[in-house]
Design a binder for this molecule. Structure first.
Ligand SMILES: NC(=O)C1=CN([C@@H]2O[C@H](COP(=O)(O)OP(=O)(O)OC[C@H]3O[C@@H](n4cnc5c(N)ncnc54)[C@H](O)[C@@H]3O)[C@@H](O)[C@H]2O)[C@@H](O)CC1
Ligand SMILES: Nc1ncnc2c1ncn2[C@@H]1O[C@H](COP(=O)(O)OP(=O)(O)O)[C@@H](O)[C@H]1O
Ligand SMILES: [Mg+2]
Length: 282
């Protein structure tokens, strides 16, 4: 196994692209966040707000009908498309042309939702981030993994990773299985944890930012929004993953003196994103 490449500020500055002075929202990237179900709309609010706060020009959320008012009132900057069903997603039908898609947060595992995810994977050619329950749907239907476009980014926490790979008996075996999976399906795997590692075939990246303040509900939903936004801004998938993970952790490091570990919540990741981006301009 190769030694991990540390994701430091020095490495990040090689890939970070400041926003051009003459940019406008029409060329700054359009992110589509697909997710949510009754009782889990907060996850889509967090993810789509994180996306619009990470530099892309437009964000659309695709959600079940029950989330319409919640989304529109919580984040007026984000556009909303709704499924025909009230409480969960059954048919992911849209005419917009997003530059990147983030799917899975709070989406549930209803059979109609599973079928809608399969249909999207059949049709989709847009760069994609897959998280949360969409990963569990893939674990339930492993043959669908062959539908993923090359360099799709998947962002499992340890339990979601275990559902995809099966159990491991040691750290070494966990990495060996993850590398094998990345090679087999040509996907980038963000192995969320403390620290987070990113696996791109045999290359391993190790994040250097973050702290236990991030152990809070919705923290991963926010990460999905950040990475999807960067992907929509035309970052290469591996660069979107490394920059996203670095900035996400950095928000918690910057916030720590003010919030402590206990009072930091997922919305604070979004609140501190600006300060995290500014460190890259100096
Ligand atoms: N406000 C909201 O609407 C929220 C919605 N969420 C959504 O809720 C759904 C369920 O997500 P969950 O992740 O809770 O459910 P899961 O069942 O996938 O994960 C929870 C299980 O994984 C274990 N686990 C998680 N992180 C771990 C770690 N770092 N090390 C070891 N074990 C770990 C937990 O102990 C628990 O057994 C997802 O779709 C998610 O997007 C959550 O993100 C929470 C906030
Ligand atoms: N102790 C910790 N140190 C650093 N990062 C952490 C720690 N605990 C959790 N995180 C980060 O928080 C995020 C949690 O994601 P996830 O479990 O998907 O949350 P949720 O599903 O509630 O949104 C991941 O990015 C993970 O790396
Ligand atoms: Mg999660």
């Amino acid at each position: 196994m190769q030694l991990p490449i540390k994701i430091t500020k020095q490495e990040i500055l090689k890939i970070y692209k400041p926003i051009p002075l003459n940019s406008h929202k029409g060329i700054q990237g359009h992110a589509l966040i697909i997710g949510g179900s009754y009782g889990k709309m907060g996850s889509v609010c967090l993810s789509s707000k994180a996306a619009i706060k990470s530099g892309c020009g437009l964000v659309t959320a695709f959600i079940p009908k029950c989330g319409y008012d919640i989304l529109q009132i919580s984040i007026p900057e984000v556009m909303v498309l709704t499924d025909v069903q009230e409480n969960f997603i059954t048919n992911i039908d849209y005419t917009i042309l997003p530059n990147a898609i983030g799917i899975g947060i709070g989406i549930g595992q209803e059979i109609e939702t599973q079928n809608a995810i399969q249909q999207l994977l059949f049709d989709n050619k847009t760069p994609m981030v897959i998280d949360a329950e969409a990963l569990n749907v893939l674990s339930l239907n492993p043959t669908w993994l062959s539908l993923l476009q090359p360099k799709t980014i998947i962002t499992p926490h340890p339990k979601e990773l275990e559902r995809l790979l099966g159990k491991w008996n040691s750290e070494e075996e966990k990495f060996a299985k993850t590398i094998e999976f990345s090679k087999k399906f040509d996907v980038i795997i963000v192995m969320k944890g403390a620290p987070t590692y990113i696996i791109d075939r045999e290359t391993i990246y190790q994040n250097t930012t973050g702290n236990p303040a991030l152990a809070t509900a919705g923290s991963g939903d926010v990460l999905t929004g950040i990475i999807t936004s960067l992907l929509a801004q035309n970052y290469e998938p591996i660069d979107a993953a490394t920059l996203g993970v670095y900035l996400h952790g950095l928000t918690a490091d910057i916030a720590l003196p003010e919030t402590g570990h206990q009072s930091f919540i997922a919305s604070d990741i979004i609140n501190y994103l600006g300060k995290a981006f500014v460190t890259l301009e100096n």
